[in-house]
Design a protein around this ligand. Structure first.
Ligand SMILES: Nc1ncnc2c1ncn2[C@@H]1O[C@H](COP(=O)(O)OP(=O)(O)OP(=O)(O)O)[C@@H](O)[C@H]1O
Length: 204
């Protein structure tokens, strides 16, 4: 499944942050999105994942194919690691959670409640969830936050394996993951700010 982004203009809080973006992401490909804080990386990923509407342009190939992992880990704190993964596997209709436990070294934590894990352990669990979605396009917003060096390596290995199986990944990150990837440098503001006297309810 190839993701095609055509002439995409996006906004946050009513303010355009990026305009006229074109890109494709084919099976087996990774795209790393870089850029300074506040430039619009999260807005772009949320728009591509269908979590917010585009101002104009289109995203094709996204429906039902994207697994999104954003800043919030979305874990259920009162469920154990195993229960969290089993829940998501059942939502997505997949069977074994063992590959996800193995890939992110979660076996020893399997019976622990997610709410009692450390920040890095929670992040590993959040990323392990990607493996039980069975979805081919991973859209990931700063996935390595809180991960130690070893866990970053685990994550990079999981992405490589995913690409090797015909998946693809779009990753906003500030670190070098050592992946063979296209790079999208989101440059300084490329859209026009609205006139100052334009009232914008999006800021309220
Ligand atoms: N809920 C919101 N309402 C209004 N403006 C917002 C909102 N969330 C973010 N913004 C603004 O939209 C712009 C783009 O934010 P975005 O989160 O996409 O940036 P980013 O590149 O992902 O930043 P970072 O690297 O800090 O995560 C920023 O100027 C930000 O202040």
């Amino acid at each position: 499944m190839t993701l095609t982004v055509s002439d995409l203009t996006i906004a946050r809080g009513g303010v355009p942050v990026l305009e006229g973006l074109n890109l494709t992401l084919a099976p087996g490909q990774a795209l790393v999105i870089r850029g300074p804080n506040g430039i619009g990386k999260t807005t772009l990923l949320r728009t591509i994942a269908g979590l917010q509407p585009a101002v104009s342009g289109s995203v094709q190939g996204a429906e039902e194919t994207i697994a999104y992992a954003g800043h919030s880990d979305g874990l259920k704190p009162t469920l154990t690691v195993t229960e969290n993964l089993t829940f998501w596997a059942s939502v997505f209709g997949l069977g074994s959670i063992q590959p996800a436990l193995d890939a992110f070294d979660l076996n020893e934590l399997a019976a622990r409640h997610a709410g009692n894990l450390s920040a890095g352990q929670k992040r590993r669990l959040g990323l392990a969830r990607l493996l039980v979605t069975g979805r081919p396009i991973w859209v990931l917003d700063e996935p390595t936050v809180s991960l130690d060096t070893r866990a970053v390596q685990m994550f990079a290995d999981a992405v490589r394996a995913h690409l090797g199986q015909g998946g693809s990944a779009m990753i906003a990150t500030h670190i070098d993951l050592g992946l063979e990837a296209q790079v999208l440098d989101v440059g300084p503001f490329r859209a026009k700010l609205p006139a100052l006297d334009d009232f914008d309810g999006g800021f309220l």
